[in-house]
Design a binder for this molecule. Structure first.
Ligand code: 6R9
Length: 575
């Protein structure tokens, strides 16, 4: 099967990247050299918000735009100086409420400048910030606030009904952004407090190992896990911003992720601002035209998005792209799910850019396996480990496997942005480190002879059919190469003879109708173009596939549907 994978290389395009050749730095790089660039290396006084914002004050970046914000009704910009003043003020608002270091303060609202100001202010008082997707319903909000014993939450009037205040004894303050409705006892107006707050603020210096952010992530069973990251993560956010995002002084950077997802904080806030980059934030749902318009309007140069979005753009056809001027784009990246080779080739065709895949997880806090702009890439591969980190494929006993063998993707423990705990759940944390010295990701992958890593699926998604191990991703990638297929999710369905058979759920592109002939044609397409044993025996057409808010196809939900089993925690599923 592996031999069937497309191993075509795409060479480096352009020059002048921050990162020299990968080979050159892999063996010489040290995280300690990165740390030395921060003053806290000597003073011991750390705060992420200081490094991301305040540090630029008094430098030529002071009046540079830190944040461009736009939604249906607002169009605004904020300099680094503005962000400092506003977050200092919000820090004072929180201090007045008595909020102190280590307490958990949540944010539950749509993307807006106030969200970013709040997040920085929370960090400035040394509290731990917990960002939530605005689409969470009451149960999801309750689980997270209860588990973390949050003392305050910043939200909007629309979302207030979804916060079960009465059930949350630890929750003392509800800060409401916008709206002129009457506030109830315990509710505080953001605008009123900000108006009165002084901009004279003394930041809370913390230890590099102190808590910074709590991201809840769903597993396949049980309640969501609270993944805790610490201020030290900045070392990774800073350096990956240099070498992976390739942020340079004049860049206008757009990360499309919501801060409810780790990508929207690590790479939507910390990494770009640590590097002093101009950050674009767009509010509202995905819209084809508005996405291209955003790139055109701000002359976005570096664009970080997810396969699901790229596939939607691809599915809409190339005509629409011609109506926009996207020539500002210099560097394009993807994360969250495997990036199908088809999408990479499409990117070459329509943007004349390689789309650089990056692999990492909520738990890893930062990018770990990437395609670097200064490195030849192989479409379909996640790339190579970031300098300073070691990745390997382990068997189920923890032994390292040779190239081309599928197994557990693991990272040598100890990179700067690694999670420091699972809130209230030490045994869950330890499960990740069950093989001495390794963090076991739960992803299944293999490494080729040249050290490129190839994603196969979550370990529990890998299919065993007639004695062959099949990674669902390879089959999905072949399926979306067919002109009629917009999206595909592939699962193993129990079968008395073959162990499992391959079943595909697909959504069709606009203009295609489901029919027996079309299904048979798609099956043949995979069989002949990829591998006979990997052709789905069953193909079912659906209007939409179940996806997380970050765009991941939820194979476990497909499987539960198929087997008529409970679907588990669905709080992160898209509507
Ligand atoms: C950042 C983020 C983590 C899981 C991870 C893997 C999948 C992420 C990927 C990828 C293939 C990539 N994933 N990036 N799979 N290629 N480039 O996504 O965090 O939401 O915690 O998800 O996402 O399965 O284990 P998170």
């Amino acid at each position: 099967m592996k031999e069937m994978m497309n191993k075509k290389m795409l060479p480096v395009v352009g020059s002048g990247y921050n990162m020299p050749s990968y080979k050159e730095v892999y063996n010489t790089f040290s995280w300690e050299d990165v740390e030395k660039q921060f003053t806290w290396h000597e003073t011991g006084k750390v705060n992420m918000a200081y490094e991301a914002i305040d540090r630029h004050i008094g430098t030529p970046r002071e009046n540079k735009v830190a944040l461009y914000y736009r939604n249906a009704t607002r169009d605004e910009k904020y300099t680094f100086a503005d962000m400092k003043t506003l977050s200092d003020k919000f820090g004072n608002v929180l201090r007045k409420l008595g909020i102190t270091k280590g307490e958990r303060v949540f944010i539950f609202m749509p993307r807006s400048p106030e969200l970013y100001v709040s997040l920085l202010g929370i960090i400035k008082v040394g509290a731990i910030v917990g960002p939530l997707f605005e689409a969470f319903m009451e149960g999801a909000v309750r689980d997270r606030l209860e588990d973390s014993e949050a003392v305050a939450i910043v939200t909007t009037p629309d979302l207030l009904p979804r916060i079960p205040v009465g059930d949350l004894p630890a929750l003392k303050h509800v800060i409401v952004v916008g709206g002129d409705g009457a506030l109830e006892a315990g509710q505080i107006s953001y605008e009123k407090e900000m108006e009165q707050a002084s901009a004279d603020f003394e930041i809370e210096w913390v230890d590099r190992e102190d808590g910074l952010i709590l991201h809840y992530t769903s597993g396949s069973t049980g309640k969501p896990k609270g993944v805790l990251h610490v201020h030290n993560a900045m070392v990774q956010h800073y350096q990956t911003g240099k070498w992976v995002l390739d942020l340079q002084e004049d860049d206008v950077y757009w990360c499309t992720a919501d801060p409810g997802w780790v990508t929207g904080t690590a790479y939507g806030i910390f990494s770009p601002w640590l590097n002093g980059a101009t950050n674009v934030v767009r509010g509202g749902r995905f819209s084809l035209e508005d996405w291209y318009l955003t790139i055109e309007k701000y002359k976005v140069t570096v664009w970080y998005s997810a396969p699901t979005s790229f596939r939607m753009l691809m599915g809409a056809g190339d005509e629409v792209i011609k109506q926009y001027n996207l020539s500002s784009l210099r560097h394009v990246l993807s994360v969250g799910e495997p990036l199908n080779p088809e999408v990479v080739y499409w990117g070459m065709k329509v943007f004349d850019k390689r789309i650089h895949d990056t692999w990492w997880m909520t738990e890893t806090g930062g990018q770990l396996i990437c395609n670097y702009p200064s490195m030849p890439i192989k479409p379909g591969s996640m790339g190579k480990p970031f300098p300073g980190t070691v990745a390997a494929i382990l068997d189920d006993e923890g032994n390292e496997l040779p190239p081309n063998r599928m197994g557990n993707l693991a990272i040598k423990a100890g990179w700067p942005s690694m999670m420091r705990k699972i809130w209230n759940n030490p045994s869950k944390y330890e499960e990740y480190f069950r093989f001495e010295g390794w963090y076991v990701s739960g992803d299944s992958a293999y490494m080729d002879e040249e050290g490129y890593f190839w994603f196969q699926g979550r370990v529990d998604d890998v299919i065993m059919t007639a004695g062959e191990r099949v990674g669902p991703f390879e089959v999905e990638s072949k399926l979306v190469e067919h002109p009629a297929v917009a999206e595909a999710g592939v699962i193993g369905k129990p079968d008395p003879v073959r162990g499992e058979i391959i079943k595909a759920f697909i959504a069709l592109r606009d203009g295609y109708e489901a029919s027996d002939e079309l299904i048979e044609e798609i099956r043949k397409f995979v069989k002949e173009g990829f591998a006979a044993h990997a052709a789905p025996r069953e193909i079912e057409v659906r209007d939409k596939l179940p996806k997380t808010r970050s765009g991941k196809i939820m194979r476990r939900v497909l499987k539960a549907w198929e087997l008529g089993l409970p679907t588990g925690d669905l709080s992160t599923m898209e509507d």
